[in-house]
Design a protein around this ligand. Structure first.
Ligand SMILES: *Cc1c(COP(=O)(O)O)cnc(C)c1O
Length: 429
């Protein structure tokens, strides 16, 4: 894809009004769609014709917004979900069933960690976590004959570790499975994982894509590049006849769109994690300025990271835009202009208790369970999002117990550094 057109896709992509039609994406707030004949509706139920019949399966507003994200990622098909959690669940469950196994990087979001290790296990699906920085031979040891996918986050939440996507793609493909990447923190403005060999991308659109803390949502995008047929026996759900659709086989009927068609026809049909058209509309408003907000988040975060690095009260700072950061080289390779995201993780001298007190002294930067919002915010994962994990599990997920997750917004950066300054001064007075 031509990188310069990202801005045009954000503002005008996927909704092309015809003469006299609304300029803005319309909200089709309707659960149902009318047809003149039973035969037409029957063809839709058989997946023989394309069209809308019930919003749990598909809705025009949702599809317009899903197509925009698909175009930003450079994929062939995409679908919205009601949350990022639903997106990651569907992405895996679409190709794994009881008795199957998948491999994941261990630096992942806390909600995803619980989903993979606790809930998936109850469904009979096992996961092995791997150190994403280990060499290829070491990571390949985690694969088994029943392994169906490899998963990782472009930039991990909250550890802000950068994934070596090409390495992960090589491993996945030599094991005959797709690479699924959660691209929430980087967004397609900074990184498009398909360009580096990823097969499927997921998002929590709740974060930068919405960007204004109004709308929970998720998205799955397929590159169309993984050839399910060459791994026919490994993915019978895609390649063998589906008894719940009169024996239709997704890979044969839908080719490159098979994966998303199956997720829609089976998972949305049966589990129903659909966003409301109103929420898709709000998400689209966020997307229209994504290309402006993301670079600003990154510029501000770079300045704040450099500021923190210089403060004597600060024990450590992780931000891949810093020259001496462990992930600086990977960030330069994978991210446009080396920009990663607006999230910084750092620790204060004095550890966990000092971290909590520092946060209580902040005035402009708010304590909220959120990240990637236009307004700066802060969270202590060990006390909040990752509360269920032991210190040992925290470290395994790349999270020091004293880690402060600072999500830098698009305010005037001087006001942000001043807020940090006054909180540190009050703390050490
Ligand atoms: C927030 C987040 C999720 C979960 O998304 P929700 O929209 O909160 O359900 C998944 N992955 C990453 C990287 C996240 O930051």
């Amino acid at each position: 894809m031509v990188k310069k057109s990202l801005a045009t896709i954000c503002t005008q992509g996927s909704w092309k009004p015809k003469n006299g039609e609304p300029r803005v994406v319309p909200i089709y707030q309707s659960t149902t769609f009318k047809y003149d004949s039973t035969a037409e509706m029957a063809d839709l139920f058989d997946l023989k014709a394309e069209g809308y019949f019930y919003t749990r399966l598909q809705n025009p507003t949702n599809d317009i917004v899903a197509t925009k994200i698909t175009d930003l990622e450079g994929g062939v098909a995409g679908m919205l979900t009601s949350s990022g959690q639903a997106a990651n669940f569907y992405a895996i469950f679409n190709i794994c069933q009881a008795g199957d196994h998948f491999v994941s990087a261990e630096s992942i979001y806390g909600g995803t960690y619980n989903l993979f290790l606790v809930t998936m296990k109850k469904l009979g699906i096992e996961v092995t976590l791997v150190d994403q920085n280990a060499d290829e031979a070491e990571i390949r040891k985690a694969f088994r004959p029943n392994t169906k996918a490899l998963f990782g986050e472009t930039i991990s939440n909250p550890g802000v570790a950068v994934l070596d996507i090409e390495k992960f793609a090589r491993i996945a493909h030599s094991e005959g499975v797709p690479l699924i990447i959660d691209n929430t923190f980087a967004t397609p403005i900074n990184c498009r994982p398909f360009e580096f060999g990823a097969d499927i991308v997921t998002h929590s659109t709740t974060k930068y894509m919405d960007g204004h803390a109004t709308t929970t949502g998720g998205c799955i995008v397929d590159s169309g590049n993984f050839d399910w047929e060459t791994q026919h026996d490994k993915f019978p759900g895609l390649t063998e006849p589906d008894p719940s659709y009169h024996g239709l086989a997704y890979s044969k009927s839908f080719g490159k769109k098979a994966y998303i068609m199956k997720a829609t026809a089976q998972l949305m049909r049966d589990l129903g994690s659909i966003p409301s058209p109103m929420n898709a509309f709000l998400l689209n408003l966020g997307l229209e300025t994504l290309h402006l907000r993301v670079p600003r988040h990154c510029e501000n975060a770079q300045r704040v990271a450099e500021y923190l690095e210089k403060r004597p009260e600060v024990a450590w700072v992780h931000y891949s835009g810093l020259k001496n950061d462990k992930y600086y080289v990977l960030a330069q390779k994978y991210f446009d202009g080396g920009r990663s995201c607006g999230v910084i993780s750092f620790g204060l001298k004095g550890g966990r208790d000092v971290a909590v007190k520092f946060m209580d002294h902040l005035k402009l930067i708010a304590i909220v369970t959120h990240v990637a919002d236009a307004r700066s915010c802060v969270l202590h994962p060990a006390s909040h999002t990752h509360r269920q994990l032991s210190d040992e599990q925290l470290l395994e997920a790349g999270i020091q117990p004293d880690l402060i997750r600072l999500s830098i917004g698009i305010e005037d950066v001087n006001d942000l550094t001043e807020d940090i300054n006054q909180a540190l001064q009050t703390l050490y007075k």
